[in-house]
Design a protein around this ligand. Structure first.
Ligand code: RIB
Length: 294
């Protein structure tokens, strides 16, 4: 299985704050750093760091070329990542004293991914491959429908969730990975069990993965259920933990590991990532995950 990730690439401006700034409030940050980010790039990096094979389809401006170099160094195939003369996507991220974050994203070049590029990237994809995508680039429904036409399985992480996502036809998506707010938006339910019940009923062919932060992960397909407990760690920065989880989940599946084992692997990798600062820099390698003990 080759993974083709249609994904965002962002420059993350990270501000460490005591608490998230409130409406009308001005606060000082105690630390500022620039890191690589973007849900798409983070997920590609996680796959590559796990020893997986991934082609990243994306777009950055000239000031974002270092992000592409980072991905290439980690082993991501960036032959379909375009550098152009427009401003890159970026994110303004506050991380508070508990390691929780609040993020504002500006799409920039991530919103300039066109249908011709998508068609090209899918031209030789087959049922044996997998398309991965999040909701930070242009033409997301087009990617999903074109992948379906070619019978290429899709893993969709509808993050960040927007009002239009629940109106899209996601019935052909193979793996849907959502957090609680995303699951609530797609199911109309509030509690994890109900979210999972509603989503498995609405998407009976899909693997539904609902991540619950410090409460672990629950999984469902049809009537089958699994749950994975969160590992206890001291959170320094939770940014990118969900992306690490998804990258490792797919890398596990690419290695032909059973779904349950891949979920456990992903849970461990995500736990390590929250103990480190930044999104892209916090993603552990395969060896680090293998030798880590909670
Ligand atoms: O999931 C974390 C990511 O969300 C950050 O890296 C930021 O760029 C936003 O896309």
């Amino acid at each position: 299985m080759g993974i083709i990730n249609f994904g965002s690439i962002n420059i993350d401006h990270v501000y460490r704050v005591d608490h998230m700034v409130a409406r009308g409030e001005t606060i000082a940050s105690s630390d500022y750093a620039i890191h690589g980010g973007g849900k798409g790039a983070n997920q590609s990096l996680a796959i590559a760091k796990a020893g997986g094979v991934v082609v990243h389809v994306g777009k950055v401006g000239r000031e974002g070329e270092w992000l592409v170099d980072n991905m290439k160094r980690a082993g991501v195939d960036v032959a379909r990542t375009v550098v152009c003369d427009k401003p890159s996507g970026h994110a303004i991220i506050q991380v508070d004293k508990d390691g929780q974050n609040a993020i504002v994203v500006h799409g920039g070049t991530n919103q300039l991914i066109g249908r011709a590029e998508i068609d090209d990237a899918l031209a030789s994809a087959t049922e044996a491959d997998m398309v991965l995508l999040q909701n930070e680039i242009s033409n997301v429904p087009y990617v999903i429908s074109k992948a379906a036409e070619r019978k290429v399985p899709v893993c969709f992480n509808p993050a960040p969730i927007s009002g239009e996502v629940p109106t899209w036809d996601l019935s052909g998506v193979s793996i849907l990975v959502v957090n609680e707010p995303e699951g609530q938006a797609l199911s109309g339910q509030t509690e994890p069990e109900q979210i999972l019940a509603a989503m498995t009923a609405r998407y009976p062919r899909s693997h539904i993965v609902l991540t619950l932060g410090s409460h672990g992960v629950v999984y469902g397909q049809g009537t089958q259920r699994l749950s994975v407990k969160a590992l206890k760690v001291k959170a320094v920065d939770t940014t990118g933990a969900g992306d690490t989880f998804i990258g490792y989940l797919l890398a596990g599946l690419q290695r032909q590991m059973p779904f349950a084992d891949s979920l456990n692997l992903a849970n461990k990798a995500a736990a390590i990532s929250v103990t480190r600062k930044g999104a892209a820099p916090s993603i552990p390698t395969w060896d680090e995950v293998g030798s880590w003990r909670p």
